[in-house]
Design a protein around this ligand. Structure first.
Ligand code: MRU
Length: 408
């Protein structure tokens, strides 16, 4: 399966090389940079050149492949004598680059178990080790891509069934946060993958009583993945959208629900679709900071709406690899805290006279102040309506309000 959308990760299977789209330069420049080692991957993940839970995992495993290939082909004596134990230590270091996203640790732990099951700790890294890591990594990449398309179809069916059961008619809108598209995965995307599929299959001409009219991506402070990356993808795909700041969500939902016209648009927000960095056993979900407040907003509106057809569904979309059944509740999820300068400064190119100039950093707060910058928050399962993966059925809660994510 191939993707026609933007490609965040380019892995050359013949020459065993890896390049990633430097997401720090988007949307002004599409520049690919080489990843030649585990250290390169650590730096790229930590500095957000690549981000998004599935994409991080794929870059992580491919970096182990290119690192091992480079080591085996190196003529330098200093690079000789790497044992399985040495490789495992480098993998453990790589796991620490983004602690909240479970996909990275799951995938790298899988590689570690392949290594420990097949080789002794002191065995020197050899061609057969490379083949084993290569096979696992290519399969992970290809599975992620095909799973995203299945996830998109499952989301489309869930949305169609929901609207039919609510007897909803007419145009509707979808709200989303962060970036969960081709740039955050092997291609197509998760939450944005559903939006892509719905845009393609549930258009005004599709013959249904309802259709997707508009998408509202949130800016996603403080790192602005929504403003920089999701708008870039929606624009690229020609999906109609309007960017809003995170603190405009309630106001927009309310105006549209009251049938007010907002910038010539009036289709109500019927779905809030978000990605996930870790979904634990009870369904509590870690995702980009700001996700939790969207679920609270949806819940508050749903309590006020008398009419079933007005209700908003809060959907989490993620591949099964994001489900972490070893962690019982959201209280046990480690939330990554990022540096204060992500709040106190903004980086971007100087724009003047329609030209894109040098990238600069500008201050936007009082210098040297106390800052709290958690990168993720946890949405409790009681505020989530459904969890859509590549498998069926879509997870919804039982009458006691519980998800059963153990298997499909
Ligand atoms: O900090 P980021 O940009 O890696 O955060 C990404 C998100 O929160 C995404 O919504 C999540 O990883 C799912 S990506 C398909």
């Amino acid at each position: 399966m191939t993707t026609t959308g933007l490609q965040a990760i380019k892995f050359d299977k013949e020459n065993i090389t890896l390049e990633i789209l430097d997401q720090l330069l988007l949307p002004y420049s599409t520049t690919y940079i080489p990843i030649e080692s585990i250290n390169d991957a650590f730096e790229a993940i930590k500095s957000m050149k690549v981000r998004g839970a599935p994409a991080i995992a794929i870059v992580g495993v491919f970096s182990v492949v290119v690192d091992t290939h480079r080591y085996l082909n190196s003529k330098e004596e200093s690079l000789r004598d790497k044992s399985i134990q040495d490789l495992i230590s480098s993998i453990d270091y790589l796991i620490t680059s983004r602690p909240t996203a479970v996909n990275l640790s799951n995938a790298l732990n899988d590689i570690k178990s392949i290594l420990t099951k097949s080789y002794k700790a002191q065995t020197l890294v050899n061609k057969s080790v490379l083949n084993d890591i290569y096979d696992y990594s290519v399969a992970l990449y290809e599975d992620d891509l095909s799973n995203n398309f299945k996830l998109g179809d499952n989301g489309l069916n869930y949305i169609t069934e929901t609207l039919k059961s609510q007897n909803f008619k007419g145009p509707f809108s979808i709200m989303t946060i962060c970036n969960t598209g081709s740039l955050a995965t092997s291609g197509h995307g998760t939450a944005l993958g559903i939006i892509r599929t719905v845009h393609e299959k549930l258009s005004k001409s599709c013959g249904q009583d309802f259709w997707l009219d508009h998408v509202y991506p949130l800016e996603t402070r403080p790192y602005n993945q929504g403003a920089k990356l999701t708008t870039f993808e929606l624009d690229y795909e020609k999906i109609p959208f309007t960017l809003i700041c995170d603190n405009m969500a309630s106001s927009l939902i309310s105006s549209l629900a009251k049938e007010k016209v907002v910038k010539n648009l009036s289709a109500p927000v019927k779905f809030i679709i978000v990605g996930a960095d870790r979904i634990v056993e009870n369904g509590d979900t870690a995702n980009k900071i700001g996700t939790f407040q969207l679920s609270v907003i949806a819940n508050a509106f749903n309590h006020a709406f008398q009419d079933e057809s007005k209700k908003i569904k809060f959907i989490v979309a993620a591949p099964r690899t994001t489900i972490d059944l070893k962690t019982k509740t959201g209280d046990d999820i480690i939330i990554e805290e990022r540096p204060p300068n992500e709040l106190t400064t903004l980086k971007g190119p100087i724009l003047s006279n329609n030209s894109i100039g040098d990238k600069v950093t500008v201050g936007i707060s009082t210098p040297n102040i106390s800052v709290w910058n958690p990168s993720f928050d946890v949405t409790p399962h009681n505020l989530i309506d459904s969890i859509v993966t590549e498998e069926l059925p879509v997870h919804t809660k039982n009458p006691k309000g519980e998800f059963d994510l153990s298997s499909n």
